[in-house]
Design a protein around this ligand. Structure first.
Ligand code: SAH
Ligand code: DHB
Ligand code: MG
Length: 221
């Protein structure tokens, strides 16, 4: 099995399972034109996020790391009327591209992009007594994951689903002598996760057009 097969199988299931949501690919075209890095979730991973929003019956979703709004669009498409998605982005250019991209869609719920450092934005939400979220997608700088986890637990209720992207990084997560800040960040995240008795989790490795990586799914008890 090789990368070519993984990509071909991704294509097969994209063609089989993705309907009109496939129009979200316009977001990636616009993001590429604007010079953003192509590090968004894959189409099927996006659909999976949408299904998770629906499975949770989510009314409130928080995303950390917007980029061009690709995963945002998938998450938003899982919300019903009255639903709210807040997505946090530090780079004003990314946020601007995402804003334009998301304006092309007529989601049932409301989408708000908050521009700034996610740690600060979350602290502001905590101070403001923001209502808990039903689903939280962590996908910004990997160095921040451990702190994001600690903070968002405080924006959760029992049953909140927290999903963390990029927890495998081509298997680099196993390197005990890594100096890669992203790998160290995920390792610290894992320590926080297992050290928190309120959290229970499972990790799924993923292959496909996006390479070899993984998601960790966490439920707040
Ligand atoms: N979720 C997106 C991909 C996000 S890429 C998708 O799948 O479509 C990671 C994003 O996190 C980048 O846009 C980056 O600018 C942003 N980011 C990095 N550090 C951040 C921080 N401290 N606060 C908020 N966003 C941050
Ligand atoms: C990369 C991939 C991601 O999904 C992400 O959120 C950040 C970085 C990467 O491949 O570098
Ligand atoms: Mg990611």
């Amino acid at each position: 099995m090789n990368k070519k097969t993984f990509s071909a199988v991704d294509r097969y299931y994209e063609d089989l399972l993705l309907g009109e949501e496939y129009e979200f690919k316009q977001i990636n075209l616009a993001a590429e034109k604007a010079g953003l890095p192509a590090i968004q979730v894959s189409p099927l991973q996006g659909k999976f996020l949408q299904l998770m929003v629906r499975a949770q019956g989510s009314r409130r979703v928080l995303e950390i790391g917007t980029l061009g709004g690709y995963s945002t669009a998938w998450l938003a498409s899982g919300l019903g009327q009255g639903g709210l998605l807040l997505t946090l982005e530090i780079d004003p250019h990314h946020a601007e591209v995402a804003e334009k991209n998301l304006a092309q869609f007529d989601f049932e719920g409301e989408v708000q992009i908050l521009v700034g450092d996610a740690q600060q934005l979350i602290d502001e939400m905590l101070l403001a007594g923001t209502e808990p979220f039903d689903l939280i997608f962590i996908d910004a700088d990997k160095e921040g994951y451990a702190d994001y986890l600690n903070r968002v637990v405080k924006l959760s209720r029992p049953g909140t689903l927290i999903i963390a992207d990029n927890v495998v990084r081509n298997g680099k997560i196993l390197e005990t002598d890594s100096r890669d800040p992203s790998v160290l960040g995920i390792q610290r995240f894992n320590q926080e996760l297992v050290g928190n008795p309120r959290l229970t989790a499972a990790t799924l490795q993923t292959v496909g057009a996006r390479g070899y990586d993984g998601f960790t799914f966490i439920i707040v008890k």
